[in-house]
Design a protein around this ligand. Structure first.
Ligand code: NAP
Length: 257
């Protein structure tokens, strides 16, 4: 049986450590994060609620701004500008996906880089590319690096295959893994990759961020590979599942999330 990499348990420990750290900082107020949610997409409602709950448990104040689905780009910019200029707001998180009539790129770039803790702006992605320690890094890839570190999975010299090239997961994941210190040899795959199973079979570490249930099957996995499943999907019964066909892939993996 593979070792299970437990994301929930690790997240709890990270929050406890952060909370203890925050208690030691003498400041006139707790740090404050502003969430912006556009519309009532059920997944977005639930993600933002969870982020708010975790912030409160950790000792971080949060404010929620909900805009209607019909909001214009200018109205959204106006809210971001006011939060950029508000000295009581340290961080701004904009829940994706945004409705189709809004530009995610322009929206992310409107956030002041020192408040863009999601790291989706061109400024922070540029800093990440330059391996500048001041970069804020997208939380999912940063969380995966934390999991690999805490489970003592070495990355140096390893062949890593990342399936997915989004700004939110795939691209920053590849940048973090190839950074000096992590030193992995990274291949990034996407929907136009030819012969994906044979590329994946070469991976010592396989990261799947596709968004399709049972997409990664056992024939795509090398014996002893480390499997990181980023996908958050619903199966045919509406149950939450990842991208990986868990049972058969587990039989080959050394570690699996
Ligand atoms: P996305 O923007 O839709 O990107 C999906 C990627 O998968 C794209 O690069 C796409 O390729 C690629 N892809 C689609 N079909 C493929 C195929 N047949 N073969 C190879 N590649 C294929 O999604 P995302 O925002 O990165 O999120 C991916 C998944 O992770 C979703 O399930 C999302 O819900 C989940 N997620 C989880 C967390 C978490 O904290 N666990 C956080 C963020 C996202 P193209 O670029 O060619 O279209």
């Amino acid at each position: 049986m593979p070792q299970i990499i437990d994301g929930n348990a690790t997240a709890k420990i990270v929050c406890e450590e952060l909370s203890a750290k925050l208690k030691k900082i003498s400041a006139t107020r707790p740090p404050c994060v502003a969430f912006i949610r556009v519309g009532e997409d059920p997944a977005s409602v639930s993600y933002v609620k969870k982020k708010g709950r975790i912030a409160a448990e950790t000792g971080i104040e949060s404010r929620l701004h909900v805009l209607p689905e019909s909001v214009t780009q200018e109205e959204l910019f106006k809210l971001i500008d006011s939060l950029n200029n508000d000295d009581c707001v340290d961080a701004i998180l904009i829940q994706a996906p945004l409705p189709k009539h809004l530009s995610e790129r322009d929206t992310f770039n409107r956030v002041r880089p020192d408040k863009d803790v999601d790291g989706f702006s061109s400024a922070n992605l540029g800093l990440l590319c330059q391996e500048d320690p001041r970069a804020f890094t997208a939380c999912t890839p940063a969380g995966i690096m934390e999991l690999l570190k805490r489970y003592e999975v070495p990355t140096a010299g390893k062949r890593v295959v990342v399936i997915g090239r989004s700004i939110i997961v795939g691209k920053p994941m590849a940048l973090l893994l190839m950074k000096k210190g992590a030193d992995a040899t990274v291949t990034v795959c996407h929907s136009k990759t030819r012969n994906l199973p044979s590329v994946c079979r070469r991976a010592d570490i396989l990261v799947s961020a596709v968004g399709k249930p049972k997409f990664v099957t056992a024939d795509m996995v090398k014996d002893g590979a480390v499997i990181i499943d980023v996908g958050m999907n619903r199966d045919e019964n509406g149950k939450l599942c990842g991208d990986v066909d868990f049972e058969p892939v587990s039989e080959k993996a050394s570690y699996i999330t």
